[in-house]
Design a protein around this ligand. Structure first.
Ligand SMILES: Cc1cc2nc3c(=O)[nH]c(=O)nc-3n(C[C@H](O)[C@H](O)[C@H](O)COP(=O)(O)O)c2cc1C
Ligand code: FES
Length: 642
């Protein structure tokens, strides 16, 4: 392919690509995102290649290895176009049938379709699956149509036309105005207005400036940025080039954690291909604008996602935060003006330039415009990536898209905002999702992690878990964060173990205040959030742990006990044989008893006891009834007939 030397050449090339691929052409998209690969997509891809070759349709029907469309839990995902037939959990042995039935005979393989749990009906089209129906997938919608390693797929769908528009039809000031008008706020956590940040850098003195993609994504359970960078890397790159044009940068960086090998690979290929096509590098599209991008692989520390730490890492030093007396937009990498934006923020830019700020602002609330991608995980039926307009309620996300809580359990809380976010209770299910709304409720948007918890979750233990993570991830440079988090963790651990003292809760509150006020970076400043939000909404759980040595969710190991109800035990030996601690006494005709001294509270007995017997009881804060005397435990066999 020759270089594209003008916007006209880009347009002609795009038309040529479209004429080669009319919208009626059949093709098979197989998700090759990390989630589907882990579920066996590689073998499915191999099976499709082999089967299509064998049946002689390989020349007519293209198969594509694409990015993640979001429904990873049901992967490997295969979508057949133009009908948009979506097959889930496809195994290599399903492929001959798909080829014979769907590709050759246009018949649907019913058993591989999504079954709506409410109506029990099978759903054929991808867009009609309830998980997708309520979503507005401006950013991830094309992932399943694009091979991320083939720039032509992106160009065929209108890729790089926003760049051409920005470079040839707009001045940098006009692009900046459009971004400001869109009211786009950064998707990496803070929600800082993107246009304002760009303007600050643009107006900062100095010839050398940088633009940077933050793809560190250290939040446990989050994978929005990975899916975008893996699945549609050119959308991020195009946004970055436009940003460089506005700011006046000639060098950019993509900071991506090395634990994301596919994202590293796909963005590296995207950069090389964009250079070959004249969309990056010297004299982009013949405009006279030069811009280069380097990929910087991070070592995978959560704190390195913080802006000053990330910039320090790009300089080749240890990725620790530094004081930000002056914004990094003015004094960033090597003290030069540097614009850092999240992957998702950059990916929004081409859409805003192509479709306009007023198109963008139609989505969202007064304070939060556009859509937001969340990774919906935890105790939820449909886990995966969801992209929704800002302003939808938590209830809509959890029940209408996520399909509610599995196993008929009650919803208890949702944790938003990553490890230093907060937990919101059922009373707030109708809260609109937006930057300010979540902050006012004591949580935050963060970069889009959303962990759903059910009635079996102990909120004190949740706070302990996140403080544990943050204490591991604190770089230790400042005392309020290093020591504050460590002491908070110690106290929370004591509470979950029933060892807390009167006054510990107040001590936790005091420590939280100091860490929030005095830490060097936002890791320490926001670290108390998991504690403060759970205390605000679930204070009774703290009191039960401290005053009654009781865990109301029956979750904290040190505070629960198991015993076998002699009235229900059928002496079936199942728990006795499964107990890893050999803590269960009994025999074939002898009612079983748990030796409380030996019991490690692993819960295996409860898991294996057949539901029709339901003989194992789990309790907290109440004494375990004494076992029956030996002679009374001999089973009376006539009970079998009961
Ligand atoms: C401890 C810590 C970790 C962070 N990790 C990330 C991250 O992984 N990705 C990200 O985009 N922003 C992260 N941020 C926020 C960044 O500091 C910065 O605000 C963001 O990259 C700016 O981009 P935006 O304006 O597009 O949101 C983190 C902040 C803190 C305090
Ligand atoms: S990785 Fe395939 S659906 Fe997410």
């Amino acid at each position: 392919m020759a270089r594209l030397n003008s916007p006209q050449e880009l347009k002609r090339f795009q038309e040529e690509l479209l004429s080669q691929r009319p919208s009626t052409t059949s093709f098979v998209s197989i998700c090759a995102g990390t989630g589907c690969l882990a579920a066996g997509a590689k073998e499915v891809i191999g099976a499709f290649k082999e089967e299509m070759e064998k049946s002689g349709i390989a020349a007519k029907i293209q198969s594509k290895e694409t990015g993640c469309p979001g429904f990873c839990e049901r992967g490997p995902v295969v979508v057949i176009y133009p009908e948009e037939i979506c097959y889930l959990q496809v195994a290599p042995q399903d492929v001959p049938e798909i080829v014979a039935e769907t590709l050759l005979n246009k018949k649907v393989v019913e058993r591989l379709l999504y079954v709506d749990p409410a109506t029990k009906k099978r759903v054929q089209r991808e867009s009609e699956i309830p998980f997708y129906k309520k979503q507005v997938r401006n950013l991830i919608g094309n992932n399943i149509r694009i091979d991320p390693r083939n720039i032509e797929d992106y160009i065929a769908l209108g890729g790089y036309t926003a760049l051409a528009k920005a470079l040839f039809q707009m001045t940098p000031e006009e692009v900046l105005e459009e971004v400001k008008r869109s009211q786009l706020r950064g998707r990496g956590g803070g929600g800082f207005p993107t246009g304002r940040k760009w303007e600050e850098s643009r107006n900062a003195p100095g010839e050398i400036k940088y633009v940077i993609v933050n793809a560190d994504e250290g939040d446990p359970g989050a994978f929005m940025d990975r899916a975008l960078l893996e699945g549609n890397p050119h959308s991020v790159l195009e946004g970055l080039i436009i940003g460089a044009y506005v700011v006046g940068a000639q060098q950019g960086f993509v900071y991506v954690r090395q634990e994301y090998p596919l994202a590293v690979q796909n963005i590296t290929i995207a950069i090389r291909q964009a250079e070959e096509y004249g969309l990056l590098g010297e004299n982009i599209l013949g405009s006279g604008f030069h811009f280069r991008v380097k990929v910087h692989q991070g070592a995978g520390a959560f704190v390195s996602g913080e802006s000053s730490a990330l910039m320090t890492a790009i300089e080749g030093k240890v990725g620790e935060p530094r004081p930000k007396y002056i914004h990094t937009a003015i004094k960033g990498v090597w003290d030069r003006p540097s614009v850092l934006n999240n992957v998702e923020t950059w990916a929004n830019i081409p859409l805003i330039i192509n479709k306009g700020a007023s198109w963008f602002t139609q989505f969202g609330t007064d304070g939060s415009k556009g859509t937001k991608i969340f990774s919906l995980v935890g105790k939820i039926n449909n886990t995966g990536l969801v992209e929704v307009p800002m302003g939808v309620t938590l209830r809509e996300i959890i029940y209408e898209i996520g399909g509610g809580i599995p196993g008929g359990k009650e919803f208890k809380a949702v944790q938003t905002g990553g490890p230093s976010g907060g937990c919101l209770p059922a009373e707030l299910l109708d809260l609109k999702v937006g930057f300010d709304e979540l902050t006012q409720a004591g949580s935050m948007m963060g970069s889009g992690g959303m962990i759903v918890m059910d009635e079996d979750t102990c909120m004190v233990d949740v706070a302990r878990y996140f403080l544990d993570f943050l204490s591991e991830e604190s770089c230790g440079k400042c005392v309020p964060c290093r020591e504050g988090i460590r002491q908070m963790l110690k106290l929370l651990t004591a509470i979950t173990e029933g060892k807390a003292k009167e006054g510990d809760l107040q001590l936790l509150v005091d420590l939280a205040e100091v860490a929030s006020d005095a830490s060097l970076c936002a890791l320490g400043r926001t670290a108390p959030n998991p504690f403060l939000s759970t205390l605000k909404y679930f204070s009774s759980e703290y009191e039960a742990h401290i005053k009654e040595r009781r865990c109301p969710a029956l979750s904290c190991k040190a505070l629960v006990s198991y015993y076998i109800d002699p009235e229900r035990c059928q002496a079936c030996l199942r728990c006795l044989r499964s107990c890893p601690a050999q803590a269960i006494l009994g025999a074939k005709n002898t009612i079983h008893v748990i030796d409380q001294e030996k019991c490690t509270r692993c819960g295996t007995c409860l898991e294996v006891c057949p539901p029709r017997f339901a003989a194992v009881r789990k309790v907290s804060g109440e004494p375990v009834p004494p076992p029956l005397p030996e002679e009374k435990r001999i089973i009376v066999r006539e009970r079998e007939g009961k």
